[in-house]
Write a protein that binds this ligand. Structure first.
Ligand code: COS
Length: 419
């Protein structure tokens, strides 16, 4: 598992030449690939908790978690730069799924604080996340509230003037059991549904918080169910205002959904790379596997799906980085297409490898298990379809009302291709 050959920048194809990127992105990609090729093979694999901790520490020591927090708190850029986050996940995903996961969770588990936390909370939490000495987690899902976030049952009720008391259960929480803190979303009741949720930073050692179940999944990652029994949390740990929880969760996902697409893209690129190596090397029927037209069809389909995913991922990232307040639709398109395409690319890679493709320890077998969860977490593909269609219907209806369905010429000046 987790083999990490020296892939260099070649695995990215010509992506870095695209106009979405600046020189700082190219420098970051080169530094990360050089580090990953030299470091990842030496990291432990046997125990998933220890392996994950080692990856967070190594990424912190290497300075790469700086991409996950803003400059003021030790980070790389003034605000979260989604292209940098996506490049990091693509590069790490193409090499080692668990390292990608470790990187991503530091961002997802602190993103709400970056977006909406008080200065005090940011100063307390973000430097440790950036250095890799504080493991972060995002606790939104519940057994009965996964896709339907607004249906969550965990409550945070007032406990005197200075605290809330959290009661309930969160499930499928990544880094559950090894995290130093959880960003917890709970019902505070300002209004029904989505408008009555708030977000809180809960330290892992808070009395009343316990891990009730460790969940084993097909591609091992730390995952757990958390229980909150009268867990007292100071109000100064609230992230954003009362009732802002749903919007903060969605704004966090607007950033990180594109990065899930980027991780899937990294998996797909690696699968295509393995496919090409195998098709060129495997001899049969007096030639190579790659000489067969059915293999060529599979390779061409995969190449098209990889490039389509890359374009959508970096379009979403670039759109966010240039200041769009919401990239809900772009991020949903990137996640939907990149994860669904990656599943097919990896499945073809397994097929091309034949018996080897389902053999433990072979990279495409590992990728086959790694990709599956990405079509589910941070909004299943079905949720992304709902998000995309609703946004288009709303935009069209608003345009029709204003009589502006026709093209908007000012957009032409905002293309990345006219520098
Ligand atoms: N950014 C900011 N605000 C947002 C937003 C976003 N991306 N998306 C929605 N909102 C706002 C809406 O504008 C709305 O505000 P108003 O009440 O002021 O109008 C409010 O939040 C509620 O939005 P909506 O009506 O769309 O809520 P729904 O309950 O219908 O949301 C979906 C439905 C399916 C879109 C949502 O629950 C979702 O994304 N579910 C998947 C969750 C997920 O990813 N789970 C995995 C957890 S991490 S492993």
């Amino acid at each position: 598992m987790g083999s990490a050959p020296r892939l260099g920048l070649d695995i990215l194809g010509d992506t870095l030449d695209w106009p979405f990127f600046e020189d700082r992105h190219r420098r970051f990609a080169l530094e990360l690939t050089t580090w990953a090729d030299a470091t990842l093979a030496g990291l432990p694999h046997a125990d998933v908790d220890a392996a994950c901790r080692a990856r967070v520490a190594a990424l912190g020591e290497g300075g790469f978690l700086r991409a996950a927090v803003p400059e003021t708190y030790g980070g790389l850029n003034p605000t979260l730069d989604v292209r940098t986050l996506c490049l990091a996940r693509e590069i790490l995903g193409s090499r080692d799924g668990l390292t990608d996961f470790a990187f991503a969770m530091q961002g997802l588990g602190s993103g709400a604080i970056t977006i909406a936390g008080s200065e005090t909370l940011k100063a307390r939490i973000l430097p440790g996340v950036c250095e890799g000495v504080r493991i972060a987690a995002f606790a939104l899902s519940e057994k009965e509230a996964g896709s339907d976030v607004a249906a969550m049952a965990t409550t945070a009720s007032p406990d005197g003037d200075t605290h809330v008391r959290i009661d309930g259960e969160k499930s499928w929480i990544s880094n559950g059991g090894i995290a130093d803190h959880y960003v917890v979303f709970a019902r505070t009741g300002e209004a029904p549904g989505a408008r009555g949720l708030s977000a809180f930073l809960v330290e892992a050692d808070t009395p009343g918080l316990s891990i009730t179940e460790r969940i084993e999944v097909i591609a091992p990652h730390p995952l757990a169910t958390l229980r909150f029994d009268g867990c007292r949390v100071p109000l100064e740990n609230r992230i954003g205002g009362p009732g802002d929880g749903f919007k903060i969760a969605m704004a966090t996902l607007d950033i990180f959904r594109s990065t899930v697409g980027a991780a899937a893209l990294g998996f797909a690129r690696r699968a295509l790379h393995e496919t090409l190596a195998h098709a060129n090397g495997r001899k049969l029927f007096g030639g190579t596997l790659g000489d067969l037209q059915l293999s060529q069809a599979a390779i061409a389909d995969s190449a098209a799906e990889v490039d389509a995913a890359a374009l959508l991922v970096y379009r979403a990232a670039w759109t966010k980085d240039r200041g769009a307040p919401r990239v809900t639709r772009e991020a949903a398109l990137a996640k939907l297409v990149a994860t669904e395409n990656a599943q097919r690319v990896i499945d073809r890679a397994v097929q091309i490898h034949g018996g080897l493709g389902v053999t433990r320890g072979v990279k495409v077998e590992e990728l086959y298990r790694e990709i599956r969860a990405l079509r589910i977490y941070e909004g299943a593909s079905e949720v992304q379809k709902v998000v995309i269609a609703r946004d288009l219907l709303k935009t069209h209806a608003a345009g029709a009302r204003a009589g502006q369905v026709a093209a908007q010429p000012d957009r032409i000046t905002r293309s990345p291709f006219n520098d």
